[in-house]
Design a protein around this ligand. Structure first.
Ligand SMILES: Nc1ncnc2[nH]cnc12
Ligand SMILES: [Zn+2]
Length: 322
């Protein structure tokens, strides 16, 4: 068990953290039908394409600043209750625009929830704005421009999520240049749905300090060595990988091998209720299924804080808590 350990995560999509019970309440509030996306209090999807469809439907149940504040506060409070000291949530202003709320109000709502959770529990959190890959390079560049103009101190990074099998990493280099020039930390979904080439492309074209997932780097020994040598941090989400069938089971998941090869790894939940997991469960699995001891797990938590997109005084304060 890992209940006694402090926890931190760098990778959770905020809409993907909606518990089905909250989705049902939101649907009732707006008189919407959820029969296609929720059955027996669980989300209905079968592969990445239907997962994205289900995810987008859940996102559309959040329509006001208050809805988003509630979501962020509820998620972060739950994390704090299991010993989490830091969380980076991946946020998508495109969802705020799609619903007609607007990107600024979307961020303001989330920020209010983050601040409320911090006031109640002390949990520190930051937002990473994400572009959505399957919306194409132009859309992602616009999202990066929005992120670069941010006037919210809690927005500290930029990510690229969505359908990794569409477009090439190089198509998004301009968006990441915009985000980098604006001083945002960079990470990118790669090596999840696509193989090692995608991680290599990310390193070559984006030069991020972290990779979201990156686990399929295991298909290329030279690439694993490059990740270790360069100190690139992987945001590993084992439960998500098993759920999406990136690997058949925890026994064949490469977390242990990557760690053994000296790659800097962290534990993350991705879209917890969609994948029937939670950050606490990811920690428990690392301990009881993958066989990591408390010292190894604490060092992953420390790695997360070292790689977090926060100012130095916050980083030192968080490190002192582990
Ligand atoms: N696991 C995942 N991969 C890519 N994009 C996502 N968006 C939400 N979850 C995702
Ligand atoms: Zn993700």
């Amino acid at each position: 068990m890992t209940a006694h350990l402090k926890k931190a995560e760098l990778h959770c999509h905020i809409e993907g953290a909606t518990p089905p019970e909250l989705a049902l309440l939101q649907a009732e509030k707006y008189g919407l039908d959820t029969s296609e996306i929720i059955a027996d209090r669980a989300y209905v999807w079968t592969d990445f394409t239907s997962f994205v469809k289900c995810y987008d439907s859940v996102a559309s149940l959040f329509r006001t600043q208050e809805d988003y504040a509630l979501l962020a506060e509820a998620y972060l409070t739950e994390l704090a209750e299991v010993g989490t000291i830091y969380s980076e949530i991946i946020v998508s202003p495109d969802h705020g625009n799609t619903i007609g709320l607007g990107a600024d109000a979307y961020l303001e709502g989330l920020a209010a929830g983050m601040e409320a959770a911090k006031a109640k529990t002390g949990i520190e959190s930051r937002m990473l704005i994400t572009g959505i890959r399957h919306l194409g390079p132009e859309s992602v560049a616009k999202t990066a421009e929005f992120a670069a103009r941010r006037d919210h101190a809690l927005v500290t990074g930029f990510n690229l999520a969505g359908e990794e099998r569409m477009h090439r990493v190089a198509d998004f280099a301009r968006a990441f240049d915009i985000a980098r020039d604006a001083g945002l930390g960079l990470t990118i979904h790669a090596g999840e749905l696509s193989g090692a080439f995608s991680v290599r492309d990310a390193l070559d074209h984006i030069r991020p300090s972290r990779i979201s997932h990156g686990v399929r780097a295991i298909e290329d020994a030279d690439l694993v060595k490059r990740l270790a040598d360069d100190g690139v941090v992987l945001e590993v989400c084992p439960g998500s990988n098993i759920s999406l069938q990136v690997f058949p089971d925890f026994a064949s998941h490469p977390l242990r091998t990557l760690h053994g090869a000296g790659v800097r790894v962290t534990l993350n939940s991705d879209d917890p209720p969609f994948f029937h997991t939670s950050l606490a469960q990811e920690y428990d699995i690392a301990s009881s299924v993958m066989g990591f001891g408390d010292d190894d797990i604490n060092s992953m938590t420390r790695t997360a804080i070292q790689a977090a997109f926060v100012d130095e005084s916050t980083r030192q304060k968080l490190l002192a808590l582990i």
